[in-house]
Each structure stands twice: as structure tokens, then as C-alpha cells.
Design a protein around this ligand. Structure first.
Ligand code: ADP
Length: 274
């Protein structure tokens, strides 16, 4: 077994002939990492996520999940390993009630009924939806539906979880709640690999690894510091600078000599207080 949860090798994809959406994409994601996939709208992030869960197939190249090639005959195993929550919760609500919806994936895995009820309740509580278990999707707000979709994936105890802007309809407090939940799950299971497609540069700056897509190509990848500190054309790539780097830049523009290797707000305030 390799150290990688995901290996993408020379992947090309297009929805229509002669209109490439992803060009020769290659990258590896180590087990247990929190990885952010960032970039302009239309840069190919969602398409890449769909490839990773085998909803679509590469035209060329290969993808390995826990060293297993993504292909028709490995579909069952792959579904037990990796799951995704999309931005639009309406396309993902499968059950007729919240309870049925969270239970759906567990049913597919033939979890015993009593155990299933326990797990459904546990995860409904984790996303603060326990009092809505009997409700139908039409009675829920967009953010509540997103919470349910998140509970349904987290309940499956997968190795790899992908959030494709999965908290976009939550208020900031709700987003923080879900981030804490993921943090605690990763603490309990250090092998859990988490991929977040996000426009939140602060989230990306705190992650382990960042992959920046632009027009279907990997524009840059590396630690968040490597990606954000050394990219001068972030605005053209649809990205803002993380707060601490913005402050560093402003101080430098005022003529202050701030060491390049300062990465965090703590390091910056320590330096300024000296
Ligand atoms: P992102 O997630 O970075 O916003 P997407 O992967 O959704 O980017 O889209 C990449 C490109 O593929 C865009 O030009 C988009 O219009 C196109 N695209 C996405 N989904 C489809 C589809 N189902 N059919 C045809 N084109 C698509």
C-alpha cells in the first residue's frame, strides 16, 4: 500500500469533443491530508471531483483510490472508500424524510436496522438536525438540506470525503460548526483524507495542501504558503490573498522589512512586538 489516498495520472476530460475541460492533470494526495482545490469558476474543480468519485470517466489517464484503479469492476469498492457532498442539496436528497435520507447510504451497505437508527441519530445530532428527522425535504431550508447531505456522507465512515462547496448555504456560524465536526473526525481518524473545493482562502491557507486550478490545468500546487505567498496574479485567478499575507504585504508597502518566511498571524505579531 502506498502513502497516497489519491493518485491522478495524466488525466484529460471533456464533456464535448474538442472542448477540453481538464488537460493532462497529475497530482497525488497523501492519506490523512486536508486538501483544498481552489480556482476560478469554470476552472474544472467540480469536474475533477466527479472524476475522483467515478461519476464520470477520464478520456485519458488513470486515477487510483487507495491504490485501486478507478474502473467499472472496482466501483463497489470505490463507493465504500470515497464519498462526495455537492453544493446543490436538491440534487442529492434521495429519501422522503431527513431520517430516510441519512439512512440511504447505510442501507446500501446493509447496516443492520438497529445499528442504522443509532448511526442516523448520531450524525443528525452532529449536524444539528436531530429535531428534523421526520421532516420532508420541502420543509427544509437550503442550508438545512446541506446539513442533511453532509450527515449522510459522514455517517458512512469513509476513508476519503470530498466537499464540493458543501457548506455554501450555511451561515458563518454553521460553516464553523461543520469545520469543527470535520476537525474532530480527522482527529479521531488520522487516515481520513478530506478534500474541500472552496472559495474560502482562509480555509485553504489552513489546509495541508493546496491545488490551484486554472482553465483546466494545475496552475500551482504545494503547501498553502508556497501557493499563496509566491503567486502574484491571484486576483486574475479569482482568488484573494489570505489575511495574514495581506497584512504582510501592506506592512512591506509601508517600507517595513518583514521576513519572507513569516507564515502565521502569531509569527507576525511576535516579530512586530520585538
Ligand atoms: P468549477 O467547478 O471550477 O467551477 P466545472 O468543473 O464545473 O468548474 O466546469 C468546468 C468547465 O466544464 C466549464 O467550462 C463548464 O461550463 C463545463 N461543464 C461543467 N459541467 C458540464 C456539463 N455537464 N456539460 C458540459 N459542460 C460542462
Amino acid at each position: 500500500m502506498s502513502e497516497f489516498a489519491i493518485q491522478v495520472k495524466n488525466v484529460d476530460f471533456s464533456y464535448q469533443e474538442n472542448e477540453p475541460v481538464l488537460n493532462n492533470i497529475s497530482f497525488n494526495i497523501k492519506k490523512g491530508q486536508y486538501v483544498c482545490l481552489i480556482g476560478h469558476n469554470g476552472s474544472g474543480k467540480s469536474t475533477l471531483a466527479k472524476l475522483l468519485v467515478y461519476l464520470i470517466e477520464p478520456m485519458h489517464g488513470e486515477i487510483y483510490i487507495n491504490d485501486l484503479l478507478l474502473c467499472e469492476e472496482n466501483t463497489k469498492k470505490i463507493r465504500e472508500t470515497v464519498g462526495i457532498v455537492f453544493q446543490n442539496p436538491d440534487n442529492q436528497f434521495i429519501g422522503s424524510t431527513v431520517e430516510d435520507d441519512i439512512a440511504f447510504g447505510l442501507e446500501n451497505r446493509c447496516v443492520a436496522h438497529e445499528n442504522m437508527q443509532k448511526i442516523v441519530r448520531e450524525y443528525a445530532e452532529k449536524v444539528d438536525m436531530a429535531k428534523y428527522l421526520e421532516k420532508e425535504p420541502s420543509e427544509l431550508s437550503g442550508g438545512q438540506k446541506q446539513r442533511v447531505a453532509i450527515a449522510g456522507i459522514l455517517a458512512l465512515n469513509l476513508d476519503i470525503i470530498i466537499f464540493d462547496e458543501a457548506t455554501s448555504m450555511l451561515d458563518p456560524e454553521g460553516v464553523e460548526e461543520i469545520k469543527r465536526l470535520i476537525f474532530n473526525m480527522r482527529k479521531a481518524n488520522p487516515n481520513l483524507t478530506f478534500i474541500s473545493i472552496t472559495h474560502d482562502v482562509e480555509e485553504a491557507y489552513l489546509s495541508d495542501y493546496v491545488i490551484l486550478l486554472n482553465k483546466g490545468n494545475i496552475y500551482k500546487e504545494g503547501t498553502p504558503f508556497e501557493v499563496f505567498e509566491n503567486t502574484n496574479d491571484l486576483a486574475e485567478l479569482g482568488l484573494d490573498l489570505p489575511f495574514v499575507l495581506k497584512v504582510k504585504k501592506a506592512l512591506k508597502e509601508k517600507g517595513m522589512n518583514i521576513p519572507t518566511n513569516i507564515k502565521s498571524i502569531e509569527e507576525l505579531s511576535d516579530y512586530l512586538c520585538k
